[in-house]
Design a protein around this ligand. Structure first.
Ligand code: SDX
Length: 392
């Protein structure tokens, strides 16, 4: 503080806006979308219903949901020229970098979605993005797998269609699996919004300059990529695999996580807001047992994860710092059981978070929030005389 300005690194105690979308209680481990408990939505709603709820504020009636999906299906073609951009990437490119670039490239093929001021124009841009984003996600995966790119099947539900675009093998009928569809539906709902987290704050601040919805979401994808944020779901599986390779020695990793000299963190643990169990982690942990059971998959990494959780919950260092498993700790185990490669885990997080980012961007624009422009406390040099290069 310099009397006028107070610096709050990481905005740990700073509110950036008023919002009616998502409510969190970090002490009690409560999460609600537009007032509905996450436990109810994860069990009883479809991902598209939740997307509608987050964006427009109410659970849709049958007719409203039908019209929403009809409008989305009408926009589900991505300009063939976009495939040239995808082809420009090396196979080794990380899917989050590909997805953020393709999302930004959508602007060039949908110029009408940039300067949106009316609710109608915003609706059209929102529907375009909800339609095209899953296609880009599927294309990113298929490019990595060296498979031909495919469009969706409008006879399927939104989530079934995503799975088909991702996994349909050429020359084979795609068989919809109820277990897989329900598992992904639940995961996407659980990731759909989370008030002013790092990537959502990024979407809001980029959107506050009126750069447009697609540019704002592209920026949000980049922020989510970081291993301290959405990238943690990939880092968790890599950590658990490392522990498995190391003979399952969880105690060694617990010690590393507490060693102040070692930058290693127990990935999937801790949260800025939840100082209790992340309610999403509870649901995902239960779902992991169910899905692996239904699919008849034994994954030793799940047992290591449970062992690590048990140890952390009994460890003073973790208990004192209120470090509990967060949303990223078990999600990768389910993604893997669904056949999704590790590098695509954070892309799946982005797919789930898309409606939340959209809802927060729309709320910020409709409330005519000012452009985000914080101040600083200057700690650099005082005024200095310029020195010619011959004197330096
Ligand atoms: C997500 O914000 C959101 O809502 C995000 C998210 C969403 O839905 O959008 O919930 C999704 O990003 C979940 C978080 C995924 N990230 C990880 O799992 C990475 C590992 N976690 C940490 O990096 C950390 O816990 C954060 C980033 C999640 C939170 O960091 P904070 O709030 O800035 O806390 P901190 O770094 O100041 O840590 C406080 C203390 C420190 O110890 P001391 O300096 O007090 O001695 O706890 C320690 C930290 O060293 N600590 C950890 C730890 N997390 C915090 N020690 C070991 N392992 C960890 N994972």
């Amino acid at each position: 503080t310099n009397g006028v300005i107070t610096i709050d690194p990481g905005y740990k105690n700073t509110g950036s806006c008023e919002s009616a979308i998502t409510f969190l209680d970090g002490e009690k481990g409560v999460l609600r979308y537009r007032g509905y408990a996450i436990e109810d939505l994860a069990e009883k709603a479809s991902f598209l219903e939740v997307a509608y709820l987050l964006i427009f504020g109410e659970l849709p009636a049958e007719s409203q949901l039908e019209k929403f999906y009809t409008d989305i299906k009408a926009e589900s073609i991505v300009d063939e020229e976009m495939k040239k951009i995808l082809d420009g990437f090396p196979k080794s490119a990380h899917p989050m970098g590909v997805l953020s670039s393709l999302t930004s490239a959508l602007i060039a093929f949908n110029p009408s979605a940039v300067n949106v001021d009316s609710e109608e124009d915003m609706y059209r841009a929102i529907v375009k993005l909800l339609a095209k984003f899953p296609v880009l996600v599927a294309w990113t995966l298929r490019k990595k797998n060296g498979q031909p790119l495919d469009y969706g099947d409008s006879s399927l539900s939104y989530v079934e269609n995503i799975l088909k675009m991702m996994f349909k093998k050429p020359q084979e009928e795609y068989k919809v699996s109820k277990v897989v569809t329900e598992a992904l539906n639940k995961l996407l709902i659980l990731h759909a919004d989370h008030e002013q987290n790092c990537s959502t704050s990024t979407v809001r601040i980029v959107g506050s300059s009126h750069a447009g919805l697609f540019a704002s979401i592209s920026a949000g994808i980049s922020a989510l990529w970081g291993p301290l944020h959405g990238g943690a779901n990939q880092a968790v599986i890599e950590m658990l695999e490392g522990i498995k390779e190391d003979g399952g020695d969880t105690k060694k990793y617990m010690a590393k996580a507490k060693d102040k000299e070692d930058p290693f963190r127990l990935m999937g643990f801790g949260h800025r807001v939840y100082k209790n169990f992340d309610p999403r982690a509870k649901i995902i942990k239960k779902s992991a047992d169910e899905v692996l059971g239904d699919l008849g998959i034994q994954d030793p990494v799940l047992d290591i994860a449970k062992g690590l959780e048990k140890e952390a919950l009994e460890d003073d260092y973790f208990v004192k710092r209120k470090l509990y498993p967060n949303v990223d700790f078990y999600s990768g185990i389910i993604y893997r059981a669904l056949g999704i490669p590790t590098e695509m885990f954070t892309v799946m997080f982005a797919l789930g978070r898309l409606p939340g980012w959209i809802a927060q961007w729309r709320e910020m624009r409709l409330r005519k929030e000012p452009i985000g422009r914080p101040r600083q406390i200057y700690i650099g040099e005082n005024l200095r005389e310029f020195k010619d290069i011959s004197n330096r």
